[in-house]
Design a protein around this ligand. Structure first.
Ligand SMILES: [Zn+2]
Length: 395
């Protein structure tokens, strides 16, 4: 039994109550009551903190670490080690589940399994395997290039065979390199339809990276589960998405970061443009009833702490702290069909985060992660950082 004591506990209805959260194995056994097992078990001190569900990132790339992008020849061993480090960074950012939406050389799938078995610390992952993209398409060279209906079907089958949980494809260009355009349509409609149909035949959903209107239309029409980025979403497309239950993951923070960080001057003007357009189209899509989730694109340029930026940016568009925090937890879990995480309640998986302060009063307190609990394993960062075993959990 582990007891998290002394903090304010964030309940699924948004109330905060003083009390204890008790964990047994991988599950939460009680929330917000008195400590029942005073004489045995471990205690985690949450004095001055809010105990809340672990954050869920619906758009991560833990094996797509930035230092790999400048090299075309990267060993799987190097990817694996970098991915394991990113997984710990995600835990430090308070993230306990990721939809890892495109990885390198299938290392994402091995990382997922290593985390699930307890061999490597990290958030729970569901993974897409390799991105499927046209020859030279977005995220090259970290893609499974495929052209034509027969080849995209084969590419989907390869991901399924390797153990992917879902399929990710690039329906358009992006802002990853100076020599590509986010306005470029990548894949014809028949190719997109073949990808989605082949995924469905294997019992999987497909999800599309799509910026321009036509790429979004091709993807929604073919029946993707979600649109990633969705920059040039129109009201008509938003209506289609709402009616089909296709959700949107806008990923604001990466574009603001690319525009403002100063490290990618060749990408900054386009990133700023994408951000500005997205602010308008996202508001219109929400107005039309499109369901949306919180995802970061962490790994492609920035570390997993990007989730705090995403939360703050979306709050700045007119949502309350509770609305964005509940979306980053229970809301994201519901969109992706994870029924056992995202809420602090007895019986749920013990995925939670202890943050200093009160993010419902001061949203940036989501950055002050004191401890992360992932499937019942406690990572108390103050203790870890003071411990000689720290090199096992890099900062
Ligand atoms: Zn991405």
């Amino acid at each position: 039994m582990i007891s998290i004591t002394g903090g304010q506990v964030l309940l699924p209805d948004g109330r905060r109550v003083p009390g204890v959260v008790e964990l047994e194995g991988e599950r939460i056994v009680s929330v917000g009551g008195e400590r029942t097992q005073a004489l045995r078990g471990r205690t985690v001190d949450a004095t001055g903190c809010t105990v809340m569900p672990g954050l869920i990132d619906l758009h991560s790339h833990l094996t797509l670490v930035p230092e790999l992008d400048r090299s075309q020849v990267v060993s799987r061993a190097k990817v694996a080690l970098s991915g394991a480090r990113q997984a710990v960074r995600a835990l430090r950012a308070g993230i306990t589940s990721c939809r890892d939406i495109g990885g390198v050389q299938h290392v994402d799938l091995a990382l997922r399994d290593a985390i699930a078995s307890g061999a490597v610390p990290g958030p729970r992952l569901e993974c897409a395997g390799q991105f499927i993209a046209i020859t030279g398409g977005h995220a090259w060279p970290h893609i499974r290039e495929a052209d034509g209906e027969a080849e995209v079907r084969r590419a989907v089958r390869e991901q399924v065979h390797a153990g992917a949980d879902f399929i990710k494809f690039m329906a358009s260009g992006g802002v990853g390199r100076a020599d590509e355009s986010e306005g470029a349509i990548q894949f014809s409609y028949p190719e997109v339809a073949a990808i989605v149909a082949e995924a469905r035949a294997a019992g999987k959903v497909a999800t599309a990276h799509a910026h321009p209107e036509e790429a979004i239309r091709n993807s929604v029409r073919a029946g993707v589960r979600s649109i990633e980025h969705g920059t040039h979403l129109t009201e008509e497309l938003a209506g289609m998405m709402r009616d089909q239950g296709t959700f949107l993951v806008p990923t604001f923070a990466i574009y603001r970061g690319l525009a403002s960080a100063g490290r990618w001057p060749e990408l900054a003007p386009r990133a700023q443009h994408v951000f500005d357009v997205k602010v308008r189209t996202f508001a219109a899509a929400v107005e039309r009833g499109v369901r949306w989730g919180i995802g970061t694109d962490a790994g492609s340029f920035f570390p997993p702490t990007l989730i705090a930026d995403e939360i703050e940016i979306i709050a700045g568009l007119g949502f309350s702290p509770w609305e964005v925090i509940s979306q980053a937890t229970a809301g994201n879990a519901e969109l992706w069909g994870w029924s056992d995480v995202g809420r602090l309640e007895a019986g749920a998986v013990a995925d939670l985060v202890v943050v200093e302060g009160d993010p419902l009063q001061n949203l940036s307190d989501v950055r002050n992660v004191r401890a992360t609990v992932a499937r019942g394993t406690v990572y108390d960062w103050r203790v870890i950082d003071a411990d000689p075993g720290r090199p096992l959990l890099p900062a």
